[in-house]
Design a protein around this ligand. Sequence first.
Ligand code: ZN
Ligand code: ZN
Length: 364
Amino acid sequence: MPRTRTQRCPSCSTDSLKATSNPSILDCRHCHGLWFEDGALNRAIASQHDHIDDYDHELHLGAALRTSDRQCRRCKIPMVHYQLLEHYTAEIDCCPGCDGVWLDKHEVNQVMHSPTLKQALTDLNQKVTWKSWLFQFFTSMPVEYNIRPHRTPWVTRALILLCSLVFVAGMAAPDTNDWIFVNLGLNSDTQSPAQFVFQLLSYQFVHGGLMHLVGNMYFLWIIGDNLEDALGHGAFLALYLFTGVMAALAEILLFDSSQGPLLLVGASGSIAALFGLYLMWFRHASLTFMIIVYQKKLAPHWYFLIWSLINLFGMLTAQGGVAWAAHLGGFGLGLLLGYLLRDYVFRKNPLIAMLNQPEASISR
Ligand SMILES: [Zn+2]
Ligand SMILES: [Zn+2]
């Protein structure tokens, strides 16, 4: 069949298609969609991913859904709607005659990132295994399912190391432990303003007991790496320390000073803030929750809702020893910052933005 070439756009039906610097890719000047001839799309995708071989990569589409109302610009036959990926409901148009592909403007990013998107969805949609069951049964800690970070989480590791070193130093000698609590913990009867400001930072690295330390460090380990990857090392560190300071101030404001001076230690305030950030940016991630022996993957908002209710209950029934106000204050601040920084984080991390679209389907 002889193929006539027209400049007619399959989407907006104006004659606005113009060749780009790559002659196999045409761009519609009217609706800003892109037309890819033959294998041009596969080559364009491969060129964005180092690990994909140009020649053996094919666009792995999901199911053919139905005939499209768009026509191939060359073959003059209706194109076919395909689902981009099995767990991603974005639909793109392909010509059954010439393998040409039409992408609307908003689909270009999704398709160009489709190999990464596919890998991410495979990671996110894993089922719980007997290993995750055993882990949670014996440790009572959740298992996290999220995308793999690209950056090495140096800041997260350094924070964990520092907290652990302070704890080990305190264990080594009772005298040292007392010194650490008095000088590095946040004491409401500290006289010098300079020392008080220092303690607003240093209290975050002191822990009252092994379970306090292990619980906090485990959460920092599982969610810190993704947050550090999304924000960058410096911004992550700044946010971590800042929210720790604010959480301490919340605890001091709500503290009943008739109960004697306040001594606050632990990373819980900052970690509660990280929960808030995580909830706003990683809706597609899962944390496992275990009821006696039944383990279930939960979306972060369900997981942290349960966690907040436990904290609220603790605060209202005023059980001593745990800084409930710092937890909830930190969490609230994390939610607010997560909301304010959402667009910035999504712009910097296209994969996270795509996984937050309704097209991504997560099985839990
Ligand atoms: Zn157009
Ligand atoms: Zn065609």
